[in-house]
Design a protein around this ligand. Sequence first.
Ligand code: KE4
Length: 428
Amino acid sequence: MNSKSGQLFAEALRYIPGGVNSPVRAFRAVGGEPFFAQSAKGAHVFDVDGNDYIDYVGTWGPAILGHAPAKIIQAVKSAAEQGTSFGIPNPLEVKMARLVCGAVPGVQKVRMCNSGTEACMSAIRLARGFTGRDKIIKFDGCYHGHADSLLVKAGSGALTFGTPDSAGVPSAFTQHTIVLPFNETDPVRAAFAANTGQIAGVIVEPVPGNAGLYLPKPGYLEFLRDVTAHNGSLLIFDEVMTGFRLAFGGAQERFGIRPDLSCFGKIIGGGLPVGAFGGRADIMDILAPLGPVYQAGTLSGNPVAMAAGIAALEELSDGKAYAKLEKLGAALESGMREAAGMAKIPVQFNRIGSMFCCYFVDCPVHNLADAMKSDRGRFAKYFHGMLERGIYLAPSQFEAGFISTAHSARDMEKTTQAARNVFRALAS
Ligand code: KE4
C-alpha cells in the first residue's frame, strides 16, 4: 500500500506490536491494513489520505456526541490552561462524582480511575473484599477489560483473535472465575448451588456489546438481581459501554434494575482516558483510605479528563439526545433490514437505542453461541464493501456499532443505500 496510511502502518509495525495500541484496530479480523486517522469531526473521521468516512465506531463508544464537540474541546482547553494534572483533590472531581451519583440509580458513591479495565478489576476486588468470598461469575462473550481474572472466554478483541483465554494468565488467577452462558438461568442456579457461600459477585454487561450486540431476554436481568441477592452475592453491572449510552442513567435506568456496583468508562471521559466504579455507599466505603480494599491511580480524577467528561455528561443530562439517538437508530434498523430483505441474504440486525450489530446468520442471536454462527467471511466482505463506500464500521463481527447525535437522517440513508449495494453484491 503506497498510501500515507500504508507508509505509517509499515513504520508502526517496526515500533508497535501489530502496529496498533489495541488489537482490534489492526483489521486482522477483516483483512487488509488499517487506515490512519488524521482528524475527526461530528459523525466523520478523515484519514491521512484525505478519505472521509461516516463513523459508526465512535472511538468504541465515547463519541456519543460525535467527534470534537465544541463544548468538550473548549472545556479541555480551559482546564489544560489551569494545569494538566495535580495529583491533589480538585473541584472537577467533586462535580463529576456528583453528576454520576445524580444520574445513575444504583450509585451512591463513585471512584474515578483511568480505563474500563481498571474499573471492572477494582469492582471485582471490592466485591471480594466486601463479601470475603473469592469466586466470580462472568458470562461467555462478555468483555470486562484485560485484567487477568476476567480474560476467560472474553469478548471483543480476545474473541476476535480466538484468544478468549489469553496466554500469560496462570490458571491460579482464573480458578475463581466461573463462566456461564448469557441469557440462561439454570447454569446460574447450578453454579450458586455448587458454590454455596463462595460467590462474591456476578459481573455482567447488561446488554452484551462485545460479541457483536445481543439483548437480555425479558426478565433475565431481574433474575440475576434476585439470584445474587438471595445468595448474598453482589450484582455488578459493567456499564463501560452502556453507561450514559442507553439512557442518562444507563442500562440500569432503562431496565429498572439496581445493581450493587457499576463500572463506567468511555462516554464519561468525553474521549479522554477515564473509568469509574461506584455503587452502594456501604460497599464503596471499604475502599482505601477508609477501609482495607486498596485501589489507586496517579491520574485518576485528572482535571482535563474530568472537564471533558463533565462537558459530555452536562450535554446529555436533559435527555434529549436519547430521543434523537432512538429515531436515528430506528431509521438505520429499518433501512438495513429492508436492504437485507431486498438482497435475500440472511442478516440478523440487532439494535437497542444507538447500539447495533449486523450478523450474517439466519437465526436470531441471543448469546455467544448464536453469534459464533455468523459467517465471518461474509462480514469481512460487508465491512470492506461499506468502507469503500465511505462507511466505517467496527473491523470485527464481535463489536457493536454506535450512532452519535452528530449523525443525521441523511447519514442513515447513505448508510442503508451503501448496504443495499453491498448486500446485493454479497448475494451474487
Ligand atoms: P477499556 O479498558 O478498554 O477502557 O475498557 C474495557 C471494557 C470494559 N467493559 C466493557 C463492556 C467494554 O466494552 C470495554 C472495552 N470495549 C472495547 C470495545 N468493545 C474497547 C476497544 C478496544 O479494546 O480497543
